[in-house]
Each structure stands twice: as structure tokens, then as C-alpha cells.
Design a binder for this molecule. Structure first.
Ligand code: MN
Length: 319
């Protein structure tokens, strides 16, 4: 018997009302009974310079206005097969960095304890660490499909271990991510004569497909390679919006020219079908840096693609 699902708010009958929920999902307090929990992690205390991504979840809710329930390319309708709701934002403490990371971790742990899979809106890229800490058992680490202009594998910045340039160093150290199944796509930008973050990533076996390699291979060959690397176990998808070209995502703290366009991202995300995708996030959308909202608009369309992958996998697993 088909399960009773939560239909998106007004997607058919009131397309121009503002539900102000992620992907027009229904609002629910807490993750009980959900297959997939959508939520915000409105924290940018890990940002080195240009911040503002704490406002990302809010603008992503506003820009969810045009999201309808079905993926026109794949035919997947996540709200028909899975119980999905927006459970709001994790609490944080603006004046206490370490406590905020712990509060986000606790929030995500409650999602996992309810049996739901997480799909988060950031926040800066540090937010991926509490999602992984809260939802991944180190006995069963995830593979990572990671879109980003930067590797985020530094050890420390200004002596601190928790910021948006370090989350994947910590995640690998803590056994949450299998570095042999971690692929980063889109690396580029000005750098330094030596880059310890890149060197470390290479040493531990992370695969890096930089923007030059991506544009040589094209999105289809790139995603085929990504599937080969990340497959063989549960997979998490993390999308730093600065992986995209600033033409499609200007509203982010560390934009880098020469990146992937929206179409490239759509082709690659749809190419991940068949992987065991159990969670994801879209992060680094900074509304103050893009008053048009176009960055957040694209971000929620990417989030919907990840939701389709997760819901399809949930069905494949018989959950
Ligand atoms: Mn990043």
C-alpha cells in the first residue's frame, strides 16, 4: 500500500503564494515520522571573510516559490513516494562558536534518531561537519560527492580547527567520510605556491577533479567518474554554491571565476542516480551579496535535484 505522504504546499493550486518553506514542503515541528527532513543551518561563524550565509536558509525558502513536485528530466516525484517536511532551523548561539557546532550536531542527530535522512540548507560550509557528526556512524562512513571551488581540507586557519576551510579534514579524521570514496569537483581560483590543503587531500586519497579537468571531460564523463569513486556504500552530496560560476551564483563569500554552470550541475546531479545517496546539503548562499536572490533560486533547484536522488534511493531501499 502506498504510504500517506505530505504534499507540497500549493504547488498546483497556488503557485504564486509564498509558503516560505524549503522546496514548498509542509512545515512540521521535528523529524518524527519523516523519510527526509529538510532544514536550515543558519550559521556563518566559520566564514573567513565575506559572511552572510546565515541568511541563506531564509532566502532559499523565499526562492522556493517556483519549485513544483516533479523532476521533468527524470520523472521523479519525491513528495509522492516519501514523507518530507521542512522542520525549520537548528538553534545556534551567535556568541559561542563551539556551542553552535554542537547545537547543530544535536539537531541533526535527532533527525537520524527519527530514522529520517537529512537535507540541509546552509550556512557556510562548516555546517556539513555537524550534519555528518550527527547522522553518520563511523563504523559505516559515507562517500562524498563534493562540488566546490575549494577543497576545505585545511588543518587550521588562524589557529582554529573549526571553520569553513576545514570541515572535510575533520570529517576524514573522525572517520565520518571514507577519503577513498571522496571526490571534489570544480576546484579552481588563485592559490599559493604550495597548498597544504591540496597536498593533504591527495595524501589521504581524495580524488580531485579541478575545473580544467571538468571542462576537458564534460559533465557526463565527470559524473561517471564520480560514481565510480564514491559508490560502494552510502553517499552524501555536498554542494558549495561557489563550485558554480559566479554568473549563476554571485551571492557567495568566496566566488571564483570559471566554474560550472547551472546546466552542468543539473546533468551531473541527475547522473548520480543509482548511488546509495543518504543525505546532502547546499551551502554558502549569502543573500546580502546577491539582493536579486538568483543565487538562492539556483540553490533550491539544486536542492530539489538532491531530494529526488534521496527519495528515489529511499524507494530502492524499500524504506
Ligand atoms: Mn566549500
Amino acid at each position: 500500500m502506498a504510504k500517506e505522504t505530505l504534499k507540497p504546499i500549493g504547488a498546483e493550486i497556488a503557485p504564486f503564494t509564498y509558503p516560505s518553506t524549503l522546496l514548498r514542503a509542509q512545515r512540521q515541528d521535528g523529524p518524527a515520522g519523516l523519510d527526509i527532513a529538510l532544514f536550515g543551518l543558519p550559521y556563518d561563524g566559520g566564514t573567513i571573510a565575506r559572511d552572510g550565509s546565515r541568511h541563506g536558509p531564509g532566502q532559499m525558502r523565499q526562492m522556493s516559490i517556483n519549485i513544483r513536485g516533479t523532476n521533468s528530466s527524470t520523472g521523479v516525484s519525491p513528495f509522492e513516494t516519501c514523507r518530507i517536511a521542512d522542520i525549520g532551523d537548528a538553534p545556534i548561539n551567535t556568541f559561542d562558536h563551539e556551542a553552535s557546532v554542537d547545537m547543530m550536531t544535536d539537531f541533526c542527530a535527532r533527525v537520524a534518531q527519527a530514522g529520517a535522512w537529512p537535507l540541509a540548507a546552509g550556512g557556510d560550509h562548516l555546517i556539513t561537519l555537524p550534519v555528518l557528526r550527527g547522522t553518520v556512524d563511523p563504523k559505516n562512513p559515507v562517500g562524498l560527492v563534493h562540488f566546490d571551488a575549494h577543497p576545505d581540507t585545511h588543518d587550521k586557519i588562524f589557529g582554529t580547527r573549526l571553520n569553513h576551510a576545514t570541515p572535510f579534514r575533520r570529517a576524514v579524521e573522525e572517520g565520518l567520510v571514507d577519503p577513498k570514496r571522496h571526490v571534489i569537483i570544480g576546484l579552481r581560483g588563485t592559490t599559493r605556491p604550495t597548498d597544504a590543503a591540496i597536498d593533504w587531500a591527495r595524501e589521504v586519497g581524495i580524488t580531485m577533479i579541478d575545473a580544467d579537468a571538468f571542462f576537458d571531460m564534460g559533465p557526463k564523463a565527470t559524473v561517471e567518474k564520480a560514481c565510480e569513486i564514491a559508490g560502494g556504500g552510502p553517499v552524501y552530496v555536498t554542494i558549495d554554491i561557489d563550485g558554480m560560476d559566479p554568473a549563476d551564483a554571485p551571492g557567495t563569500g568566496s566566488p571564483e571565476p570559471g566554474g560550472m554552470r547551472m546546466r552542468d550541475m543539473q546533468v551531473m546531479l541527475r547522473g548520480l542516480r543509482g548511488l546509495d545517496i543518504v543525505g546532502g546539503d547546499v551551502n554558502e548562499v549569502s543573500p546580502p551579496l546577491d539582493p536579486t536572490g538568483y543565487t538562492a533560486f539556483n540553490a533550491v533547484h539544486l536542492m530539489f535535484e538532491v531530494l529526488c536522488l534521496m527519495s528515489e534511493n529511499r524507494v530502492a531501499r524499500g524504506l
